[in-house]
Design a protein. Structure first.
Length: 528
């Protein structure tokens, strides 16, 4: 199989003989083609922007996204006080999102724009990296492969730091390749900030330095040029040093934040692949295409470099999760390897001959990704964070209709109403944030059984009344919002002591049953 960089897509400079006009037209066409080839990375970047922007506001926020939303309604001082207690590893993202929403508002689409732009930028670096090692055609195909990956869409819409991490790792990879091609202190100085930014936005991503380090070591041994290491090691150390404040805070909080993740076994190692791409068939297809460049008889080293940059971080996370005290085994924690796999797969497709067959492979990949791309734009897709594997710990794949619940509250609200959201052992489902994020700012209701709000205690979660009946106030009506639907029970999944407190002073007047949610209106009983 020939290397695709033998095919440069270069324009023809010839013009029809005997025709000045035709020659001028040919020259202009050649100039336009030359421009299109020179900036070939633009086209897959624009395709990615179009793909990830489509229906970006359709999915409701998932549990973690709702926490991000809760940070947008806090001041900078409150955010800093909160991350001192929890979620320090996301502090940089919360501050960035807060600054963004101060300018552009915290509508659902507005909060998703940073992720959309980050994944779009990552597509540009995917194409640029592919061009450096495999040529123009591979630059185009690699960027298109990246755009087609369902997980790229899923996390472009995610109001968390993961798309930003993908962007910075993709940028760092391109900067590394440039530094290896023409080593200089300026190029290594440009590499370090990208590495630091990836680590600051998510510490686990720093394992990508393992893949980069192996690539640098192989190049050093193969060419017997120690200056690669002389440039890489100080740049990497300086970048890691910039993340130490986050490391220090995150180390104190890691047990609280990740104690729910299971330790993987050998059987779990291959299962991360479908989750990484958010699709089984598309993941298998990309794996096959990514294997093609490794079969080349010549030019195999660039393919090996990208394979290492994709595989070493995954292996490092698996080892850390099996041997360490905390597990990090979650597909989104290694999402930053997608650019490397996209470059490999794109290079494989670019080498297919005839070229029309390669274009057909791209079309086939788009068809395979279609159902998963469609699912990523459904209302409840973000709550199924292990897709396509079944949700862990018995969680439901059903859509929780926060928007429907908010519409009911908005339509029936009267000044003076109170609300009772489901908290307790399932507070992580963020019913209060989910419904609250969909309500107009003009609607203000006291969450009756909250003793101290999350903002007041500088935390993600509130604290609740040990004796709910003592927390009932003077509200004439309460909206009780809970998860689950039961035909004869207006308070499914609600703690018994809270139900007893409500029934002691209120009477049920309305029950609205939605998708996996129940909204119940209770009026104060006369005499109470």
């Amino acid at each position: 199989m020939p290397r695709p960089d033998a095919d440069t897509l270069g324009p023809s400079t010839g013009a029809p003989a005997g025709s000045t006009t035709a020659g001028a037209v040919a020259t202009r066409r050649a100039g336009r083609l030359a421009w299109a080839v020179r900036y070939i990375w633009i086209w897959p970047t624009l395709v990615t922007l179009a793909v990830v922007s489509y229906r970006a506001s359709t999915p409701e926020m998932g549990q973690d996204e709702l926490i991000s939303w809760s940070m947008t309604i806090r001041s900078t001082h409150q955010i800093l006080a909160t991350v001192h207690n929890v979620d320090a590893v996301h502090a940089a993202y919360y501050l960035l999102l807060h600054a963004w929403t101060e300018v552009f508002g915290n509508s659902l689409f507005s909060m998703r724009v940073p992720g959309i732009l980050a994944m779009t930028g990552a597509a540009a670096f995917v194409s640029l990296s592919a061009r450096l090692r495999f040529g123009n055609w591979a630059a185009l195909t690699s960027g298109l492969v990246f755009a087609l990956i369902p997980a790229v869409t899923r996390y472009a819409h995610d109001i968390r730091s993961y798309p930003l991490v993908v962007f910075f790792v993709a940028a760092a990879t391109w900067l590394l390749l440039r530094a290896l091609d023409r080593p200089s202190w300026w190029r290594w100085l440009a590499y370090a900030p990208a590495v630091a930014a990836a680590g600051v936005f998510h510490l686990v991503s720093l394992v990508f330095l393992g893949g980069h380090g192996v690539v640098v070591l192989i190049r050093t041994v193969a060419e017997r040029r120690p200056r690669y290491l002389v440039g890489f090691v100080p740049a990497a150390l300086a970048a890691v040093a910039c993340t130490l404040p986050v490391v220090r805070l995150g180390d104190r909080q890691v047990g609280r934040q990740l104690n729910w993740l299971f330790r993987p076994t050998y059987q779990d190692l291959p299962t991360i692949w479908p989750g990484l791409f958010a699709g089984t068939m598309v993941g298998v297809a990309i794996l096959i295409c990514a294997g093609l460049p490794l079969a080349w008889r010549r030019g195999r080293l660039p393919a090996l470099e990208f394979a290492l940059m994709g595989a070493v971080p995954i292996a490092a996370v698996w080892v850390a999760s099996t041997e360490g005290q905390v597990s990090y085994w979650l597909a989104r924690y290694v999402l930053f390897t997608l650019p490397a796999w996209a470059v490999l797969a794109g290079a494989g497709i670019a080498a297919v001959r005839p070229r029309k067959l390669g274009a057909g492979v791209l079309v086939g990949l788009a068809l395979l990704a279609g159902p998963d791309q469609g699912f990523m734009r459904t209302v409840g897709s973000h709550d199924w964070f292990t897709y396509p594997a079944p949700p862990p710990y018995g969680l439901s794949t059903h859509t929780v209709d926060f928007r429907g619940a908010a519409r009911i509250l908005e339509a029936g609200y009267r000044p003076g109403d109170g609300v009772v959201y489901l908290h307790g052992p399932v507070a992580y489902r963020s019913v209060d944030y989910g419904v609250g994020s969909e309500l107009p700012k003009s609607i203000k209701m006291r969450d009756v059984f909250v003793q101290e709000t999350a903002i007041d205690r500088n935390d993600i979660w509130a604290t609740f009344c040990a004796e709910p009946v003592k927390c009932l106030g003077s509200e004439p009506r309460l909206w009780v919002v809970t998860l689950g639907v039961e035909a004869d029970n207006p308070f499914p999944t609600f703690p018994k002591n809270e139900v007893d407190a409500i029934k002691s002073a209120y009477t049920v007047t309305e029950v609205h049953r939605l998708a996996d949610m129940t909204v119940t209106l209770v009026d104060r009983t006369p005499g109470h």
